[in-house]
Design a protein around this ligand. Structure first.
Ligand code: BTN
Length: 275
């Protein structure tokens, strides 16, 4: 049974998103969006998703918030998004697939974001490996995948997605690197329309993953990636390294040529790409 904290009960509605409307619009999905929870404010939608998953929430459950007080990004960074302007969502999945195929999930999520933006906004974004979605080299969306596994068996996965939709300003320290759909187009977008598109693409891509058709995910993902053949600098932990990005491999790892030898990165923070 899913339990709500006092704060969630108090604010268990949202003026921007409606659970009923979203579930209706996602009714044709095979898997994603049969349960949807919308909040005005939470600490982190990923944390709510973890708690719900531990309480037994079904796979495909979506948690959405207008605002997060402790939103987090990859590599222990914060994820800050203005109240009510963006998409802040987490998805609970229980993939029941071999652990090694989970490496495709971050790519699958960023691909789905790029496809939804293309469908609704008509802009072709770029994806920076593994899962940053960029417009004109500025980040418009990020993905944070967190897995709960025991003894090599996956219990559930939380896929957190932050997409900057109508935010008109960013704090000074982010303004050079971050953007929103509004800033790029001058158009205010309906967040529900975007969210529905995103969840439909996620559903279709997730079905591909479940059926083992990872090659189609990788090949669509490659179509959005402009890094290959380019000189990159990246961080692995504290060490800064450089090389030429070659491609991704069948697991979604980044193939990089470093001093005439190839390495395959499962995790790294790309710092620069020389276009
Ligand atoms: C990144 O690019 O560093 C990942 C950002 C992920 C942000 C989303 S917003 C919804 C979900 N809840 C969180 O606290 N983080 C993710």
């Amino acid at each position: 049974m899913i339990t709500l904290t006092c704060e969630e009960v108090k604010v268990n509605f949202s003026a921007v998103f409606s659970s009923e409307k979203l579930m209706r619009q996602l009714a044709t999905n095979l898997h994603i969006g049969k349960s949807v929870f919308c909040y005005q404010s939470v600490g982190s939608t990923n944390d709510v998703a973890h708690r719900f998953a531990k309480d037994g929430a079904r796979s495909g459950t979506i948690i959405i918030a207008e605002f997060q007080t402790m939103g987090r990004g990859r590599n222990a960074k914060k994820w800050v998004a203005q109240r009510g302007e963006n998409i802040i969502a987490s998805l609970i999945l229980r993939p029941n697939i071999p652990l090694e195929r989970l490496t495709h999930l971050p790519l699958l999520a960023s691909l789905s974001v790029a496809q939804a933006i293309e469908e609704i906004v008509g802009i072709r974004t770029e994806i920076k490996w593994p899962n940053d979605v960029l417009i004109r080299r500025k980040k418009v969306a990020g993905v944070l995948v967190e897995t709960s596994a025991q003894a090599g068996v996956v219990d559930y996965v939380v896929v957190g997605i932050g997409l900057n939709v109508n935010q008109a300003q960013f704090p000074d320290d982010l303004a050079q690197q971050a953007t929103s759909l509004f800033l790029e187009t001058g158009v205010v977008y309906d967040q529900t329309t975007l969210l529905v598109s995103l969840m439909r693409f996620l559903d279709a891509n997730y079905a591909r993953l479940k059926s083992g058709n990872t090659e189609s995910i990788l090949s669509m993902w490659r179509g959005y990636c402009d890094m290959f053949g380019k000189h990159i600098t990246f961080y692995q932990g504290d060490s800064r390294r450089e090389g030429i990005a070659i491609d991704i491999d069948e697991r979604g790892f980044l193939r990089v040529e470093i001093e005439q030898k190839e390495e395959r990165l499962s995790q790294a923070e790309i710092q620069t790409i020389r276009y």
